[in-house]
Design a protein around this ligand. Structure first.
Ligand SMILES: NC(=O)c1ccc[n+]([C@@H]2O[C@H](COP(=O)([O-])OP(=O)(O)OC[C@H]3O[C@@H](n4cnc5c(N)ncnc54)[C@H](O)[C@@H]3O)[C@@H](O)[C@H]2O)c1
Length: 508
């Protein structure tokens, strides 16, 4: 991170002094700088002259005294409070009295570092994201002791470097990590509970929620040890179950399975293993029955049209359908419609419930043929992901058949147990609820929260925008279903959401 931050500053035209512990580490840092700027030259994004100028602005040293003239010092040593305090004591000694001292910590309280110096008013957090030269977000953290001028100067500097500063108070995880890690940890718990497989959860969040990668791919990339450290640090402050690290994550770390860097984490990274391509469902497009009218029924009609599948929606036509999808607008209507359709359906037809807010087992029982009934959820009706839930009464062959038939409609199918929210909604709405909680608590404003997730984590859209787009009433419905099922207080919709639903006003 130190080399990346030095590069950002030097690219911004500033003179930089880079300090390392010894000559070897200094050479490693120089290598990072040369490689990173060298890649930019190769890609035609930087001229060789500009690279030379950038490198010429960075003086490398192992002597802290060389920081004596700096206006700002950014610390990026390993994430240990004792080490950071030692480094800040040294900085306090060698730096000018008016110099601002900043820490790039991801999860340690900035205040704990500030109070160990003789200049707590001049201590700020500047949290760059990895890789620093690429990621646009910088969280600027002010403690209760930081003087406003120091914060403004750092935020202005960040802006002048072409980055977006988000200025916030000193809470563990700040904005981005606090929101991201609650979600990642929940995904680990979901895997541990056997709700769905690693691959299905990753696929669901990529394909169904539009994220750049699934949670297990991301945790392996970050490093499971880092994930655990960040979660422990956030939990120490929040005491929120969402941040209580999943035992599975802790076990993997203890076993030395740290993700990509150690060759194995949630996935195994074996260069010799051939990439196994997902098998596309083979076979003719099925004959599909739809009962109910509304947007979902329309979306299924469009889907059948694209796949060249025959769609039937009359009672007489249902007898020849391989898959009958209930697409009613509410659960009561859905129950009645599917029960009636079950009478007309062929014995081996699969029935799919879509209208239940929580688990689908009640509706499956009402059909009189629960062994042939599954839950179905299309997180984005215009998208390509189908989530199939098997209840305890679903025959395994019926779940397999549902997955096969939906695959033959051109959908990517993931499977899970019969729990509220399937996979995508069960993971995304609690994360969105956390973001609404942060907004409601006044910790950060809507723009800052959205910027943190888009610019810091590469999400296509921010959580506040997501809530308004997906619908606050839907968020409250899903969260209530999750809360009813688990009784986990962290899953109950926060007051800001219910208040906006009652007032029929979006968050923005
Ligand atoms: N890696 C990330 O993705 C990431 C992202 C944001 C913030 N951070 C934070 O940035 C900081 C550094 O993380 P990293 O991943 O770059 O760690 P790292 O271990 O890769 O690098 C730390 C560097 O600090 C040097 N160092 C150790 N003691 C020193 C001392 N006394 N004086 C000068 N240099 C010293 C080490 O030689 C090493 O080169 C941590 O606080 C971390 O939480 C990391």
């Amino acid at each position: 991170m130190g080399a990346g931050i030095a590069e950002v500053l030097a690219r911004g035209g500033l003179a930089v002094v880079g300090i390392e512990v010894n000559q070897d580490a200094l050479e490693r840092g120089r290598g990072h700088l040369e490689n990173s700027t060298g890649r930019a030259v190769k890609r035609g994004r930087l001229t060789e002259d500009a690279q030379r100028e950038i490198l010429g602005r960075v003086a490398l040293s192992t002597d802290f005294a060389d920081l004596g003239d700096c206006d700002l010092v950014i610390e990026a040593v390993p994430e240990r409070l004792d080490l950071k305090r030692k480094v800040f004591a040294e900085l306090d000694r060698v730096c000018r009295d008016d110099a601002v001292l900043a820490t790039n910590t991801s999860s340690l309280p900035v205040t704990d570092i500030a109070v160990s110096t003789g200049r707590p008013t001049k201590i700020v957090g500047v949290h760059f994201f990895n890789p620093a030269p690429v990621m646009k977000l910088v969280e600027v953290i002010a403690t209760v002791l930081t003087e406003p001028d120091a914060v403004t100067r750092v935020a202005d500097l960040v802006r002048s470097l072409g980055k977006t500063p988000v200025t916030i108070g000193d809470r563990a995880g700040f904005v981005a990590n606090r929101l991201l890690f609650g979600y990642l940890n929940q995904a680990a718990s979901m895997l541990e509970s056997g709700h769905a497989t690693r691959d299905d959860i990753d696929t669901a969040m990529k394909t169904g929620a539009g994220l750049p990668m699934g949670p297990f791919t991301l945790m392996d990339l970050i490093g499971l040890d880092t994930c655990l450290e960040v979660l422990d640090a956030i939990y120490a402050e929040s005491r929120d179950r969402r941040h209580a690290a999943s035992p599975l994550l802790r076990e993997l770390v203890t076993a030395g399975l740290l993700g990509r860097k150690s060759g194995r984490g949630f996935y195994t990274y074996d260069k010799s293993a051939a990439e196994s391509a997902a098998e596309a469902a083979a076979g003719p497009a099925p004959v599909v029955g739809v009962v109910g009218v509304g947007p979902l029924a329309d979306a299924i009609a469009a889907l059948c049209d694209r796949a060249g599948a025959e769609l039937r929606d009359s009672a007489a036509g249902l007898a020849g359908c391989e898959l009958i999808i209930e697409a009613a607008e509410d659960a009561e209507a859905g129950r009645a419609l599917l029960s009636a359709a079950a009478q007309a359906a062929a014995p081996d037809a699969v029935l799919a419930v879509t209208s239940a807010d929580g688990p689908v087992i009640g509706q499956a029982m009402a059909t009189g043929r629960p062994a042939g009934t599954v839950g179905l959820h299309l997180p984005d009706p215009a998208g390509t992901l189908a989530e199939v839930a098997a209840t305890v009464a679903t025959a395994p062959e019926a779940a397999d058949r549902a997955a096969d038939l939906l695959g033959r409609l051109g959908l990517t199918v993931v499977r899970c147990r019969d729990r509220a929210g399937f996979i995508v909604d069960a993971l995304r709405f609690p994360y969105l609820n956390d973001a609404a909680a942060m907004l409601g608590a006044g910790y950060a404003d809507a723009d800052s929260i959205d910027a943190a997730m888009t610019l810091g984590c590469g999400y296509p859209t921010g959580p506040i925008a997501d809530l308004d787009r997906l619908g606050l009433d839907r968020a409250v419905t899903v969260l209530n279903a999750l809360h009813t099922e688990t009784r986990d207080p962290a899953l109950a919709p926060v007051p800001l959401l219910t208040e906006h639903v009652t007032a029929a006003r979006p968050l923005r």
